[in-house]
Design a protein around this ligand. Structure first.
Ligand SMILES: Cc1cc2nc3c(=O)[nH]c(=O)nc-3n(C[C@H](O)[C@H](O)[C@H](O)COP(=O)(O)OP(=O)(O)OC[C@H]3O[C@@H](n4cnc5c(N)ncnc54)[C@H](O)[C@@H]3O)c2cc1C
Length: 326
């Protein structure tokens, strides 16, 4: 098995800021652009051999890297093959009623962008994924966080995936294994890697699909603040002491955080759950602002906000200690 330095295509000291929507990140000691998902296990094994940490990067819309960079390997997933799979028909039962669910599988490398899969599906007269148009990111990232919008979540389309786990190799897993929940799947805790995803879409009217895509794009436009962000910073709390369904943005607003700056990190005036980078943010700024909000929301509402965005320090993921504390 090769050491990292021996792998052809490995780059050294690559600045990470340009690869994420938050646009922060110093140099990675090692960096590799993957075009074939099966290269990922080889790279991870090499890291293990060399005793170095690694992080898989998709589109970079839900991750923030440290301004100090990363002392390991960033595996940038640019594997984007997308093809038609088999036609499936499932006979199921709901109560006394039998139903038939026709569909067709679309097989995508985990680095495929959601927008690319939607376009590919519509070209092949398959519908059902349109509501995810405009949601940035790869299908691998979407499976990991069960990304969703307008009531549609990745779990509603997911059929199966191949995943890789260090020491265990590559295997196929089904819907139950992922243990999907709101912005969550098992992969988030286990740090397994999604390599390929099978989605089930429905034969449908392409024209109606394209029209829906247009509406979704129009509806998203202007909703999110423009600028450098990683999307919603905290998960919306579910049931809590002050009521169901209150958004993290609302709670932050109630604690007076709109527009609050710490160093180069600030909370958007437009959206209380968007933590932004004014171009000079550091990881310390992000962590301080995050903790200040978590403490204030806890003190005022007894709600523990959990980060949705992954933070990566020089040596690996930075745990959300406040959310985990008792
Ligand atoms: C403007 C804006 C709007 C957004 N709107 C929404 C929205 O409406 N709904 C929503 O759910 N999210 C939204 N997001 C968040 C983001 O788009 C999603 O979380 C998306 O699924 C992240 O995918 P990615 O490829 O960019 O992941 P990255 O940011 O590259 O990675 C995020 C994490 O996932 C891990 N990861 C990536 N690929 C894989 C893989 N193949 N296997 C295992 N782990 C992997 C990474 O290691 C990292 O820990 C928004 C973000 C922005 C910036």
């Amino acid at each position: 098995m090769a050491h990292l330095d021996q792998i052809e295509g490995i780059k050294r000291n690559v600045e990470l800021a340009k690869f994420t929507t938050f646009q922060m990140g110093g140099p990675a000691d090692y960096y590799y652009e993957v075009k074939d998902v099966l290269k990922i296990p080889e790279l991870i094994e090499a890291c293990r051999k060399d005793g170095l940490p690694y992080v898989l990067l998709g589109w970079g819309s839900n991750v923030i890297f440290s301004d100090k960079g990363f002392r390991g390997l960033i595996i940038h997933n640019l594997a984007r093959k997308c093809e038609l799979g088999e036609v499936v028909e499932q006979v199921g039962q709901e109560g006394e009623n039998y139903y038939r669910k026709a569909g067709q599988l679309v097989i995508a490398d985990s680095g495929t962008l959601l927008s690319q899969i939607i376009q590919f599906s519509l070209k092949n007269s398959l519908t059902g994924m349109e509501k995810l148009m405009g949601l940035p990111g790869t299908i691998g990232g979407a499976v990991r966080g069960n990304a969703g919008a307008f009531g549609l979540e990745t779990k509603h389309l997911f059929e199966k995936a191949t995943i890789y786990k260090e020491g265990e190799g590559v295997r196929e897993v089904g819907w139950d294994y992922l243990d999907f929940d709101y912005r969550h799947s098992r992969i988030k805790d286990s740090h397994e890697i999604v390599l390929k995803v099978w989605l089930r879409l429905m034969p449908g009217d392409t024209r109606a699909g394209v029209e829906e895509v247009r509406k979704i794009i129009a509806s998203r436009a202007g909703k999110h603040p423009s600028g450098k962000s990683a999307g919603s910073f905290f998960k919306n709390p579910s049931g809590n002491s002050i009521g169901e369904g209150l958004s993290a943005g609302y709670l932050n607003d109630q604690c007076g955080f709109k527009g609050k700056h710490i160093g180069g990190a600030f909370i958007s005036e437009k959206h209380g759950n968007f933590l932004m980078n004014d171009g000079n943010a550091t990881m310390l700024d992000v962590l301080e602002l995050c903790l200040e909000i978590q403490k204030a929301v806890w003190e005022k509402f007894e709600v523990k906000l959990q980060r949705e965005v992954a933070l990566v320090g020089e040596h690996g993921y930075i745990e959300d200690e406040f959310a985990k504390s008792k």
